[in-house]
Ligand binder design. Structure first.
Ligand code: PGA
Length: 259
């Protein structure tokens, strides 16, 4: 199978690091480690208060793009504690993670996920829709859960906008646990998500959507997951907090890309 675009690797810093000094250092180290890696699209998603400092480190360069971990679906209004799309765009944020399982666990509904996907894509940014099962069951109920998550999030989204959608398959049991899905499972889920999108949009359009894997990705398992999982890249949590680990994952994605 051929990938349609260069691999995409997104670092999700979550609620880390704790100071702007460390955020600046981490972004600087990642920029240095990946300075010559121009065959992978790299995105860093720091916490909102550090977007400015990471944006400054980026300095208009092409080593990485900037992403956000969440956004409010409305552009304006009285929404204490929320961050709007125009605020993100003022830091040249191009990607927004939507529906991460940690946010769903904190109460984010599938309707809210849908509204955010819609708003992000309408604003011309890329939405990274996270889907994944909490556990695997023998009756394969988890497949219908994932199908529903994809269908609800994409409701009303036109074919023309699909190139702005990225789906990250992140089984909840694999996030931060050191327990990674097997490359075979990852491949199966890639095909399943692609089939769900094909049923909605037709095969040619569905193939425009990049499908990533996330859940305990490390530099030592990234190559095999990429090659045998036949995915378009990774959404990386814990390992994105080390420039060495994260750049190792990016390099493995480039070296093992099934292009
Ligand atoms: P992890 O997190 O790499 O630490 O498992 C992935 C994620 O939550 O996106």
């Amino acid at each position: 199978m051929k990938l349609r675009q260069e691999p995409l690797v997104i670092g999700n810093w979550k609620m880390n690091p704790q100071t702007d000094t460390v955020a600046k250092r981490l972004a600087t180290e990642i920029k240095k480690a990946l300075a010559r890696q121009d065959d992978v699209e790299v995105v860093l998603t720091p916490p909102a208060p550090f977007l400015g400092i990471v944006h400054a480190v980026r300095g208009g360069g092409k080593v990485f793009a900037l992403g956000a971990q969440n956004v409010h679906p409305e552009r304006l209004g009285a929404h204490t504690g929320e961050v709007s799309i125009p605020m993100l765009q003022s830091f040249d944020v191009r990607y927004v993670i939507v529906g991460h399982s940690e946010r769903r666990k904190a109460g984010e509904t599938e309707e809210a996920v849908h509204a955010k996907i819609d708003a992000v894509i309408k604003a011309g940014m890329h939405a990274v829709l996270c889907v994944g099962e909490v556990k695997r069951d023998h009756a394969a109920q988890y497949l219908s859960d994932i199908e529903r998550q994809v269908r609800t999030a994409c409701a009303g989204l036109s074919r023309a906008k699909l190139a702005h959608l990225i789906v990250a398959y992140e089984p909840v049991w694999a996030i931060g646990t050191g327990q990674t899905a097997t490359p075979e499972d990852v491949h199966e889920m890639r095909l399943f998500i692609e089939k769900t999108l094909s049923d909605l949009y037709g095969r040619n359009y569905a193939q425009k959507v990049r499908i990533l894997y996330g859940g305990s990705v490390q530099d030592k398992n990234a190559g095999e997951l990429m090659q045998n999982g036949m995915i378009d890249g990774f959404l990386v949590g814990g390992a994105s907090l080390s420039a060495k680990e994260f750049s190792g994952i990016v390099k493995a994605a480039a070296a093992h890309s099934p292009v």
